[in-house]
Design a binder for this molecule. Sequence first.
Ligand SMILES: NC(=O)c1ccc[n+]([C@@H]2O[C@H](COP(=O)([O-])OP(=O)(O)OC[C@H]3O[C@@H](n4cnc5c(N)ncnc54)[C@H](O)[C@@H]3O)[C@@H](O)[C@H]2O)c1
Length: 254
Amino acid sequence: MVRMIMHGCNGKMGQVISNICQEDSDIEIVAGIDPYAGIENSYPVFPTIEECNVEADVVVDFAAAPAVDNLLDYCIMHQLPVVLCTTGLGEAQIVKVEETSQKVAVLKSANMSLGVNVLMEILQEAAKILAPAGFDMEIVEKHHNQKVDAPSGTALALADAINEALGNTYQYRYDRTQEREKRRKDEIGIQSVRGGSIVGEHEVIFAGLDEVIEVKHTAYSKGIFGKGAVEAAKFLAGKPAGKYDMKDVIVAKR
Ligand SMILES: NC(=O)c1ccc[n+]([C@@H]2O[C@H](COP(=O)([O-])OP(=O)(O)OC[C@H]3O[C@@H](n4cnc5c(N)ncnc54)[C@H](O)[C@@H]3O)[C@@H](O)[C@H]2O)c1
């Protein structure tokens, strides 16, 4: 049985994961962390990670970017593997994640769903053929009106996957309003739409001369991220220090 700490337990994702774990006899939430105390949980909840004195095998994080620094310090101090799912981390935090992964196991993924992680592989294969053939690549992402970061971490991860397949030679363009100039060949455009309760849509457009390919992933519920995060937690518990991603989880399950 894997013992898990849920960081951000009273948020939307924290609650989705609490429900998933209640139905899963291989994993148990032994503590939650959240400054918001308005929800009753079946496990003890601490307002800050520093106050948590419960032994665990792994932490799953869906909280807020400013909370990630203290979480990483705690995981190093307690030698706890961590599944980092919060998006919108700053540059310095991304460096800190790298440094932390030299000391404990860190699995960071902007999107925990099986579908998006398979989509990344499909995009890499497509980009290797289509980009040299002159296709332009654009990403349009849509999310609910409560989301604070833009573009989405998933849109950036999709762009990174494409860019990696092309030798990291592309720039990202988020805004075309400030300059009157034609689209450059070496850019990937990323546009964000916010509204209503859209769970998450990512559309990647490969636009060539007289033909267009559109590849789209739609999340219909947050359950897909929760399921992936729980699988990642089971995978990561007991792993040595290092950087892991959802690809490792998917390969291990094959
Ligand atoms: N990687 C993925 O697949 C994926 C999927 C969905 C959401 N997310 C990201 O996960 C994060 C949370 O999403 P959500 O929809 O659950 O948001 P939410 O706002 O509903 O929940 C966040 C929770 O974190 C708590 N929190 C704030 N500061 C904290 C701290 N210092 N310590 C512990 N908890 C703290 C809040 O009180 C809140 O309950 C966001 O960054 C979101 O973009 C990632």
